[in-house]
Design a protein around this ligand. Sequence first.
Ligand SMILES: [Zn+2]
Length: 178
Amino acid sequence: MFKSLSSVLLSLFVVCLPLQAGPHVHVHGSASGSIVVGNDRIEIELRVPALSVVGFERAPSTQEETRLVQEAKVKLGQPVLFRFYEDGGWFKWNSDVEAELLESSVELHLDDHGHDHEEHAEFLIKKSYKVVFQTELEEIETSLFSRLLDLHDMCVDVITEASKAQYEFSNHKTKVTL
Ligand SMILES: [Zn+2]
């Protein structure tokens, strides 16, 4: 039998979880967020379930848990969490884009909606890079998966002045081509 049209459409267009479908979806092992590319700026905002970062989802209650959260903040605050590449021109490798980390914040957010009596928590990561493009952003690479071994995939909206599209990173695919 033929697949229904809607399931074909789904398989074609929904790369990963739709970001604008109502409330934010929290799936353990999956991060989500957005990367906004401007003329000389790249703004990144990511949500990562705390379970995939520190192994628990509530406010830290012991010294050990507090230490884990502090360590995670340092680890996720690194500038090298993302690297950017631009088209190197004909017959050349894509080259590194010079990127300076202007701002970085990593916070543990506790979910207090509590409708299902389950506690959840997420790390909210925000980064702002100043970039010097010679041409256009071509590839984005992340080292998030080698830092967070319990993270399996990450769905990101990449928004440029000309387009908006979703990309899925995973621990097997740490670089995407735009
Ligand atoms: Zn959770």
